[in-house]
Design a protein. Sequence first.
Lengths: 469, 258
Amino acid sequence: MLRSQGQTTVRFWIALLTGKSAALLCRLFRHSGTSLPGVVALKVYPQLLSVLAADYERIVAVTGTNGKTTTANLLAHLLRSSGSSTVNNHEGANMISGVVTALIKDWTMLGERRSQIAVLEVDEGSVGKVFPSVKPDLLVVTNYFRDQLDRYSDLDHNINLLRRILDELPQTLLLLNADDPLVVTAGCDHSVASYYGVASEQKDQTGDCEIREGSLCPDCGAFLAYNYYNYGQLGAYYCPNCTFRRPVPDFLASEIQDDDYLEFILHVCQRKGRNENCSTADTVRLRAQMRGFYNVYNILAAAAAATTLGVSQQTIASSLMEYAPAAGRMEKFIYKGRPCTLNLIKNPTGLNEVLKTLLRGKGEKALVIAINDLAGDGRDVSWLWDAGFEMLDNPSIKMIVCSGRRAGDVGVRLKYAGVPPNKIIIEPECKPSIEGLGEQDAGEYHILASYTSVFNYSKLLRKMGKAVE
Amino acid sequence: MRIKVCHLYPDLFNLYGDQGNLLIFCRRAQWRGIQVEVDMVSFGETICLTGYDFVFLGGGAESNLSLMSKELQEKGRFIVEAVEQGTVLLAIGLGFQVLGRFIKTQDGAVLPGAGVFDLYIETGMDRLVGDILLETAVDLQEEMKKTSVVRETPLATLVGFENHAGRTFLGKEARPLGRVLKGQGNNRDDLSEGARYKNAFGSYLHGPLLAKNPHLADILLSRAILRQGGGKLTPLNDELEIYAHNVIKNRLVGGYNN
Ligand SMILES: [Zn+2]
């Protein structure tokens, strides 16, 4: 309950009620409403965020270029599983208005918050606006990658921005990705930091063609040397010229298995100093219904943050198993200069939702629909006939590339759904199907893939295009 | 030309995309300029099927078995009557099982079937699940060569996906749809799959059955239009269907279907 008195209180109430009314209107008019209530409420009372945030028992923030959404959603899930009521801006609206909207929705009309903890995903360009108001108890920084898609975000700018902001947050405990020299650079002046990282056995498959950021030592400007790369510039680096090197992780992931599930051993180290080895380590095996090496970092960051907040390893391990990434969760890319979304499809209902969503877009569209029939997908693909592919008999659909082990089944389904045969291409292999998509002169690309192929598409799109977050 | 089609029990038998068979049947008629009129007959409604050229009964949940058996004790004779008068019928999965003489369930109960097909079912302990490849019955292969005006040698096989606990044992009045080359079939032992009697066809194959077997769809269609005085079917471009058929066939023949 709000305790402050006087004129500020009046404006607070007006702002809260305005925000909540806006949220209600958004719901009535089926507007997504993930930022609009915050925009309106902040107009009424610009200090609203600091008043709302100050009332929470704990605030955790997650920032960085990639993996914010997954990490924050996962952390919120772990905290809830441990019995702490938790609010988060789970819809990925991570600018100040989205953060405020999530908190407004957590407050009742009587001016009471429903949750004990707030987990806030914060856009790396918005840290300057959010953090003076929100003083997080724990801040997770995932990574910094160059993001050509966002004109406003400049890598160095963002890193320096965070560095400056952190000066004003002496109480905030940092949880940093040890494997990213840029993250370590951003947090290097801060007194209280712990680190998470991934052990060396995972070799970077992408070779030399990948752009790697942060090849220069932040301390002396020499080229950093690497013992190994994990992903992008993430790996075990050291400066051949000075003492700058990858900090020893307090939370280490090793023995990674990326098959039907993502599995690794989490070591929680107790150590004396930043560059000392662990004196002792608790280990626990973690397993999640996710795939893709990049998700090891997300799970690791969430587990490390949860551990820091006092969640037991047992709770983390068991609730991680239950966590299923939301069906049809959109991953966004830019490919051949066009927006490209990747969606997991696994049942008629989810597929129909995805189709409805993509058809709402105004532009011309080209699609890949990739269906495998391995154990993770379901061996029987007859369910394709229970889904409403008839929606795709639509002039805004320019071309559909059918892919996967069941490319033929997809093609036949589309034909009987009324899609003209000259709009149907069969290309069973993943990479050529993306290339086939890239030949289509459409305003937007959509890839719909079943469980065992969605990760291949995600991985390839990161290479052939660019991930957006 | 105009044909009348009945979707029997769409509310109970709506699993595994089997109603796709009906869509395929209707589209293949419409693409040839044949008009199709579809009626749906729900559980508990009075049925009269003799006026239909094609009747479809899909797969359903096994929990509905006793319910269906009861319904067909009363109404099964209408289906039998229509089949005896030459109505073309396709029944899949559970819809196929309830058209036999009886079903012995796992707990020993015996549920009467509609008696369209001369066969009985024993419910097994385990399910027979997986992709399946059949060699189409020889007389059907001969008929396929004659169904359309021009046609290259039609596919000699049928492909689909089976998933059933029931074991079907054919009596001498019922002929199988084909011989199992890969997979389990009616009962895992005698290599038969499905059943035929006059213009009635039953099968365990999902996929749905007609999606990758356009040659079978055309047999059903050509028999249905024959009732209305129709002749040979004009050929369609079945490249996609045949491609999809061959992917599964080659995978099963090659033995690398893991
Ligand atoms: Zn250096």
